[in-house]
Design a protein around this ligand. Sequence first.
Ligand code: NAD
Length: 500
Amino acid sequence: MRQVDHFLAESAGGGGGSGRTHQVWNPSTGEVQAEVALGDAALLDRAVAAARAVQPEWAATNPQKRARVMFRFKELIEANMDDLARLLSAEHGKVIDDAKGDIQRGLEVIEYACGIPQALKGEYTLGAGPGIDVYSMRVPLGIGAGITPFNFPAMIPMWMFGMAIAAGNAFILKPSERDPSVPVRLAELFRDAGAPEGLLQVVHGDKEMVDAILDHPDIAAVSFVGSSDIAHYVYKRGVAAGKRVQAMGGAKNHGIVMPDADLDQVVNDLAGAAFGSAGERCMALPVVVPVGEVTANALREKLIPAIHALRVGVSTDRDAHYGPVVTPEHKARVEGWIDTAEQEGAEVVIDGRGFSLQGHEKGFFIGPTLLDRVTTDMTSYQEEIFGPVLQIVRAQDFEEAVRLPSQHQYGNGVAIFTRNGHAAREFASRVNVGMVGINVPIPVPVAYHSFGGWKRSAFGDTNQYGTEGLKFWTKVKTVTQRWPDGGGDGSNAFIIPTMG
Ligand code: NAD
């Protein structure tokens, strides 16, 4: 059995940990393909000591030299793209092209991090008072940690460590125990790019390791992405321990379809956004909201054949639109939500339960599922399903279409499909959601903007990557300086200084 181990600095030593392991499935075959070692507080301590040893020198390395490591890392990822994508796809279950997209979107944050010398330039006011200048600089926090979900094992770690390390921090990554191999491979490539030992380490684990990270006095900041209840827990415990914490949670993104939308385009977009990656994306579009009965009926007519045409396959099948879900437990959970939706009165138009792929009967496949006449009182609407399930919620008018995503507990992403610029503008400005797409089904912001939802989709107040990411991984120091040419009568020494 292949073993996946922690990736620690040599000075941190090997071995140790909780002694427990976690099974890593191949979701396409339904077989266990590896075991990952689970760490504990003592192992984390060793990693933190190694990080502490290397961080001051890294912070003192000029930003251009830090950027050079990022450049070399970018080149190494590109050179290893095919191998990384194969490894990712084999553990996660997403198809190869989608795995490449996962890596590519992370790589874009590394490209942004290559511009760290420019991004870190501070602010300066010449002559803020007589002979007084003021300047502000962003300094690293020290040691940062990232705790990441299974669904983007390359992109989300790179969102975090790319920004944190470029800004001068050392970083400890705790990836999902369900697909741990790509994060380790990324750390190896980062070392090969010239990063000093201990700058980026990977510790595996579950709640025990997460708690150790949250409680560790030498970890200054924690970035978390995962489900909302755990995000909230991580936020509260981390903040209580005096850390800076950003914790992104779950989602239930709505796609509003106005009567004037190009329905063929919408159906095409929905096929990818609702079913791509088996719906296991926090920016998936699992709820479609047609406005008016005419739009709803026309959309449904077009959706049915498009969904029947979707090809479900093993992750290496080049013709497959999507692959299996990540674990047998997750398959059971998603199918359970379809049962619940049916019991709650939703119409199961296309039923993906009990789907079996010939030759891969043990794989964790779920057929594409379409539910109609879903209403807001149903728990299957209120909660995240995170599977290949599209729900139609019919809205009577535009106002209701704005209200639905605005009142939902999650507020990650939302999209509107229309040809009417005024309606789109009105929607984008009024909707109570963090990331909005206008005729764009998955509005994940590019690397030089930033990513973050609202409400129960994110706890803490700073987004991932871009200038927001830089803010999260640094603190501001402001210097007020005066270089007197002599003397000074000291008459104002006892009042609050003003610049007048
Ligand atoms: P998860 O919450 O199960 O796991 C996330 C991380 O938390 C993992 O590293 C895991 O080891 C750790 N963890 C698990 N149980 C824990 C516990 N009891 N205490 C402390 N830590 C624990 O999430 P997942 O299933 O890996 O990922 C899917 C979820 O992540 C979905 O809800 C999805 O919407 C969300 N997600 C959100 C975003 C976003 O940016 N908002 C992005 C991707 C995924």
